[in-house]
Structures are given as C-alpha cells and as structure tokens.
Design a protein around this ligand. Structure first.
Ligand SMILES: [Zn+2]
Length: 478
C-alpha cells in the first residue's frame, strides 16, 4: 500500500523547475522519457513573446509557441524535466509560461578581472538554462580596457591588463573573439549589451591617451569640454555599434566626481556656452549628446542611475544619496534606459518617467559575501557587505515605485563586480546559487509577498546538486 501511495504522490509531485512556470498543473500519470525527445511543435500567434505552452499527456508531448525564444525556453523546461527523471519517465502536466520581465540580465565586470572566452561561454550557457537573456558586459573601467578598437590601439596595448597576475594572452577581446561570443550567445537567445564607460571610470583611457583628461593630475574623468575627447567617445561607440547588434548600448555615466571639471577652463567654457548652470550640468550634457549620437544609429543609450538623478556620496550602508535638482531641460531624454543600482534612485528614475532596469545592490550585487559558515572566498575587508541567498530571493523590483510608474520597471539584473573575485571557481561560487533566486524573480514572480522561500529552497537544493554534477562551483544555500 505504501508503495502505491508513493507512486501516486510521485505522479502528482510538482517537478523541480527553476524558474517556476507561471502556470503549471500536474495532471497525473507519467510518460516515457523518449516521448520528450521528439515533441510536436505548433506555432500559435496569440502566445506572448518568449512564452510557450507545454502539454505532456500519455499520448504526446506538445510545445506551442509564437517565437523562436519561446520554443527555446520550452525545450529548456523539457531539459529540466528530463534531469528530474529517475525512472526514465516524466510527469504528465500542462504548463503555460511567459516571463515577468523581458530583460533578465547578468552583468560581468571583466575590466577588473579578465576571465576569457571559455569562462564567459560557460556562464552564458548556464544563464540560458535558467532563462536569463541579457549579458551585460562591463568591458572598460579604471583598471583595464578589454576591447580592441582599431583607431585607438594604445587602449589595449597599455591598458589591456589589470595587473601582473593576468596570464591570459592577450587579456582583452579582439573583434573576432567578440563575434564568436556573440554567436554563442545568440544561439541561446541572449543579447549582449556592451558597456563602455564615459565620462568617469576613465583612468585606463587616460593612461593610454592623457590628452583626453582635463589636466595631468585628473585621471578619473574625461574632459567633456575637449571636442577631441568627445569625438573619441563617438568613434569608440561607432565601433561598438558595428560589432554588437544590441539595440541598447551602455555608456556607464556613474560615479564621476565633478572636481576636475570645475578647475578646467575647457569644461567651464562648455558650461557657459551650453548654459548648463554649473558643473552638475556636464554629465547630463554628455549623456544627451551621446544619446543623440546613438539614436542616429538606431540605438538606445543606457546608463547607471546617475544619468537621471545625479551623483551623490553613498551613506554608510551603501545606500545612494544620488539626487539631482536639475531642471528638466538639462536631463537626458526620457527614452534613455536607466540602471537603478540603489533602491531609491532607481525608483525615483522610474517615477520621473525613465524606463529602469532594477539591480539594487543589496539584492543583486553578487560580489557581496553570502554569510556562509564556511566560505573559502571570504576575505577580510573593512567594507565587507553581505548578500545571503535569501536576500537575493527577497528582491522586490518595484520597491519605492509609484503604482502608475510600475510599467517603467522594464527589467532586472544581477551584477558581478570583480575587484574581489580572483578566479573562475570564485566567480561561479558568487553567482550560484544566488543566480537561481534571481532567475526565479526575473521570470516567475516579481511579487515577494507571493513567494515561498522554503519551497524555493528545496528546488534550489536540487539544482545545486545538478550544477555541482556539471562542474559548476556552486556555493551552499546557507
Ligand atoms: Zn575639462
């Protein structure tokens, strides 16, 4: 009798899927695994983009979809069901699924640490397994410049390295490398959004081309008042647009102190000429200028929250005081895309009418430590910050956003900064299992009140076992 009960409960047990489908009913009965190898496929125009329906009966396995991505995600779900199968059968069920967010991103900082093509491809493959679809590639920063630009070869010659520990040769990406990675990503329905930083995080450029800074000593910022420096930004972005098909191009725009600009005759002359009302107007001017340059090529500018709300010093908890009192005419056009890396500035940008990708640090910065009892990658740091697995799962993309502005939260992203990430195993330890929690929020359920952490943890534990089996250095859940 117990065996019969166990068999019955197995027949109706929900499979261990991450992200959970939006609607799923387990209908009872099981079908041989072989049936899933050649499903019937039907195109149904009314199914939303990236969505799919999966029907598994004892007679047939059927996928319905409206676009290629939907078919790809249906197959990803089938692959997880196959991985669940311990007796060569999968459960009969009906799934209706589509993503909560169209932008389900992961950012990797390869300026501070270069991981290379093999590691990036492995990460892309895992992202697609969990239905994440934007790889935000942070390719330049103070530490190094990782993208070969033919007009400016000194960038990688002098700055394509963040330290003597780097052994990859060369530690930057050629155009051929980028095309190879783009094709690999496209086959997995992942868009690669490149990030090239202006006007701050500019030290690598200044090492190669000191003339693009305001003065010899001012290394952190581009001299926005120098027309040649602005042309440099345009030419780099032109190359980036030739190489990357992404509609969105990220220009950074963050953490730029106005100090050098206030002392620079060229920058102050720009302020007067363009009536910018002081140095605070310089970043918005550059954002507007580059937004127009990109728009002429059919691209959309994306930047960190400062492009909409200005730059302020974070408080002790790392919460941003970014807040601007700029008049509306100095702000960038409302069609630029803002990345909110703190809750309040992100919400404020959405409330101002900008589309926002929510990636608030306390839920989405996976370089923060996980508060594990044993962590081989826990370094003593006076500024250590914690982001346990549960905090990744408790992420509310709509925190602080007015009801009428919720439609402006157009995506979510988790971020891996790499100042304190030294190797590929460490990278994996920091992304997983928190990436599972992120994937669930991004695809399945943006409302934290409706989530069940205990139930999710059981699924995540099973997926951790699978990740380890697949040679991914996944951290414990707690
Ligand atoms: Zn200047």
């Amino acid at each position: 009798m117990f065996a019969a009960l166990a068999a019955a409960s197995a027949a109706f047990a929900a499979p261990m899927l991450i992200p959970a489908p939006r609607e799923m009913s387990v209908t009872g009965g099981r079908v041989a695994l072989a049936a899933a190898a050649a499903p019937n496929v039907e195109v149904v125009a009314s199914i939303p983009p990236e969505g799919y329906e999966l029907s598994i009966t004892t007679n047939a396995v059927t996928i319905r979809h409206s676009d290629d991505a939907g078919l790809f995600y249906a197959k990803a779900t089938l692959a997880q069901l196959r991985a669940d199968a311990t007796d060569a059968t999968i459960p009969c069920l009906e799934i209706k699924d589509a993503p909560a967010f169209r932008w389900r991103g992961l950012m990797l900082d390869e300026s501070r640490r270069f991981f290379g093509k093999v590691a990036v491809k492995k990460l892309l493959d895992l992202m697609s397994r969990y239905k994440m679809n934007v790889f935000h590639w942070h390719l330049t920063d103070d530490q190094a410049w990782r993208l070969f630009i033919p007009e400016y070869p000194e960038l990688v010659k002098k700055c394509g390295k963040s330290g003597s520990h780097e052994r990859e040769v060369p530690p930057f990406y050629t155009e051929g490398d980028v095309r190879e990675i783009l094709a690999f990503a496209a086959a997995r329905h992942i868009t690669i959004v490149p990030e090239i930083d202006f006007p701050g995080h500019f030290r690598a450029v200044v090492r190669a081309y000191p003339k693009f800074a305001c003065t010899k000593g001012a290394r952190n910022a581009m001299c926005v008042g120098n027309p040649e420096a602005v042309r440099f930004a345009e030419k780099v972005l032109d190359r980036v647009c030739e190489l990357f098909p992404s509609k969105v191009v990220h220009i950074g725009g963050d953490e730029c102190k106005a100090g050098p600009w206030a002392k620079c005759p060229r920058c102050m002359s720009l302020v007067r000429r363009e009536n910018l009302g002081g140095v605070k107007g310089i970043l918005p001017w550059l954002t507007r200028h580059l937004a127009g340059h990109l728009a002429a090529k059919g691209r959309r500018l994306c930047g960190w929250e400062e492009i909409a709300v200005g730059f302020g010093k974070p408080d002790a908890r790392g919460e941003s005081n970014n807040d601007s009192s700029l008049p509306d005419e100095l702000l960038p056009p409302r069609d630029v895309l803002v990345m909110g890396y703190h809750v309040k500035p992100g919400a404020k940008s959405a409330n101002m009418g900008y589309d926002v990708i929510a990636c608030p640090n306390w839920h989405c910065y996976f370089d923060y430590s996980q508060k594990l009892p044993e962590d081989p990658y826990l370094y003593f740091r006076p500024d250590i910050r914690w982001l346990p697995f549960e905090a990744a799962y408790r992420f509310d993309p709509y925190e602080g956003v007015k009801p009428e502005a919720r439609r402006h939260i157009t995506g979510v992203e988790c971020c891996l900064w790499t100042s304190h990430v030294w190797s590929v195993p460490e990278l994996e330890w920091k992304v997983w299992p928190r990436g599972l929690a992120f994937a669930e929020v991004a695809w399945s359920n943006p409302d934290p009140a409706k989530r069940d952490f205990k139930e999710f943890s059981a699924r995540a534990a099973e997926h951790r076992r699978r990740l380890i089996r697949d040679h991914v250095n996944c951290a414990p859940l707690k």
